[in-house]
Ligand binder design. Sequence first.
Ligand code: HPA
Length: 288
Amino acid sequence: MEEPVAGSEFERAKQAAAAVRARTRLHPQVALVLGSGLGAFADTLAGAVRIPYHEIPHFPRPTAEGHAGNLVLGRVGTAVVAAMQGRVHYYEGRPLREVVFPIRVLGYLGVGAAILTSAAGGIHPSYGQGGLVVLRDHINLQGSNPLIGPNEEKLGPRFVDMTEAYDRRYREIALEEGQRLDIAMHEGVYAAVSGPSYETPAEIGFLRAIGADLVGMSTVPEVIAARHMGIRCLAISCVTNLAAGITGAPLSHQEVIETGERVRGKFAALLEAVIPRIAEDSKPPARR
Ligand code: HPA
């Protein structure tokens, strides 16, 4: 159960946004959440301004290995991006309200699009280790939802449509750019679990039966909060390992980090191609 806290998330997001605005005149168009092993992409942004999370009021600080804690604003081509070098996860014991706080701040700053990257376990038989999967849809099995609690109308509506949570046009752009760059890509359904233990083989059998193609411990709360604010989403996962029981080999965080690092180059090339097209396609949503 999410603990209610005094004051509104909208007000807190506004305070955090003011701290970001005090550091840069850049107006971000695209929010980019960099998952395990991908944080270095933020170091390639042009004209970058790096703001450590601890210098932004209310910003949650990650504890997971492979997650630095900086918000980096800069450009990819002409697109202005706000990149999160690291995120917090539900399994760190944080309320989902904290997990999604950065997305709300970036929404307040005016992003119309969010690109969320992550590591995931591959369930679909055609997925190989190191493959990239564009999320077509998700199944939320985390047992909670970041929108539980009083609704803040200034952020969005009480009941949020999730029919096309992952923007069709963005998915097309990602798949087109993947093809152009000769990167093997798939489209699939992501099951979000709480972790931090990996799944059992029986759980993976269950996830496969209910239509999941990959499984991970992030992304979904952020997508829900983004959709609440009318932000269009693209999510891409790297299959860092085949899910439990598929090969019979034990899973390790080390393997997840190593695969993430191996795939980093092609993931970065894809992001670099996709971001300007998404920025071009995105109009800030009507809100506030
Ligand atoms: N399961 C859940 N989350 C993950 C996995 C997995 O196999 N790999 C990377 N994140």
